[in-house]
Design a protein around this ligand. Structure first.
Ligand code: ADP
Ligand code: MG
Length: 318
């Protein structure tokens, strides 16, 4: 008897639209409804035979925690960014676990999802620590910004006439601390939710102990090292667009079905992918390819199953 073919493993990095559809639907019940919708398509993918590891962004959710803490500052303590990361990984993981449980049950699938609170190691000498660039939290007036700078050591910047904002470093992820636990859970057949928000940023101190830092990790890069680390057969990124375009939002726009890593590098250099949105996704995919990745796909949650059948989405190959 031949051996049972090993199931293929995919990392699915779900974008912000899997939780917040638009500005009017930000409440927790709204986020759960959006999660249910995305998880249906991930369950469809699992039913089609994939083992799936899910990762997700957490930018807006971290913003909500910071705002709540700010409003309650007269009574309660502030929440450090590493704890915001842990809180959102737990809450978002719970939403996905419950949505998947119900969807698996409806489909008669014997599957269970489990969330791993994940720490991501960053280099304490990463240049990003000298150049905090990622704006987070509420806008402030100049006086408040200068006060937080003096009192709390915040780095603050003036944001194009819209007010002042705190900026934090966004160092590159180096290693996922809980990687072996994630591997074991995949092997045992669990649908693993991990590296949420790129993972909780931690550094190693001079003794080798882990210390949480006031930084944020780009979720696309976190998903990339997760994909390489577990040796995923596919790195799938879902976002608000069905496919990637050249000349995005311009009259001469063309949707791409497929590009090679070399083509992606060229389009990147030509400036087709907007900074802070599509650019990090393409860079994250290129990094995954450079580390031996075989296939990547970008589409929206509703088109996951069709994209896997080759009917839509943008496929990136080495
Ligand atoms: P996510 O939460 O999924 O990371 P982002 O807003 O960061 O979402 O990135 C996805 C967005 O990138 C798309 O919704 C689209 O508006 C934008 N985008 C920028 N350049 C392109 C491009 N060349 N092709 C398609 N979408 C693009
Ligand atoms: Mg993004």
């Amino acid at each position: 008897m031949g051996s049972i073919p090993k199931k293929k493993v995919a990392v699915v990095a779900v974008g912000g639209n899997s939780l917040i559809k638009d500005g009017k639907h930000k409440s927790i019940p709204d986020q759960y409804d959006a999660a249910v919708e995305s998880m249906k398509h991930i369950a469809g993918m699992i039913e089609a035979g994939w083992e799936v590891v899910i990762t997700h962004g957490n930018g807006p959710q971290v913003g909500f925690i910071l705002r709540r803490a700010e409003l309650a500052l007269s009574e309660l303590h502030m929440v450090a960014l590493d704890y915001c990361g842990a809180d959102t990984q737990g809450a978002i993981g719970y939403m996905f676990q419950r949505a998947l449980y119900n969807e698996f049950r409806a489909r008669g699938l014997q599957k269970l999802a489990a969330t791993v609170v994940t720490q991501t190691l960053v280099d304490r000498n990463d240049q990003a620590f000298k150049n905090p660039s990622k704006p987070i939290g509420s806008f402030m007036d100049e006086a408040t910004a200068k006060q937080r700078k003096a009192q709390d050591g915040w780095a603050v910047v003036e944001d194009a006439g819209r007010g002042w904002r705190r900026v934090v470093p966004s160092p590159l992820p180096q290693r996922i601390i809980e990687q072996p636990a994630i591997d074991s859970l995949i092997k045992a057949g669990y649908v693993v939710i991990s590296v949420g928000g790129g993972g909780i940023p931690v550094i190693e101190d001079e003794h080798g102990d882990l210390v949480g830092v006031e930084a944020v990790i780009d979720k696309d890069f976190g998903a990339s090292i997760l994909s390489s680390g577990i040796g995923a057969d596919l790195f799938l990124i879902t976002t608000a667009v069905e496919r990637v375009a050249l000349h995005y939002n311009k009259p001469q726009q063309v949707w791409l079905d497929r590009m090679t890593a070399d083509e992606a590098r060229r389009y990147l250099a030509e400036g087709h992918f907007a900074k802070g949105s599509m650019e990090p996704k393409i860079r994250a995919i290129l990094q995954y390819m450079e580390r031996g990745g075989k296939e990547a796909l970008i589409t929206d949650p509703a088109n996951i199953e069709r994209a896997l059948q080759g009917k839509t989405g943008t496929r990136i190959v080495p």
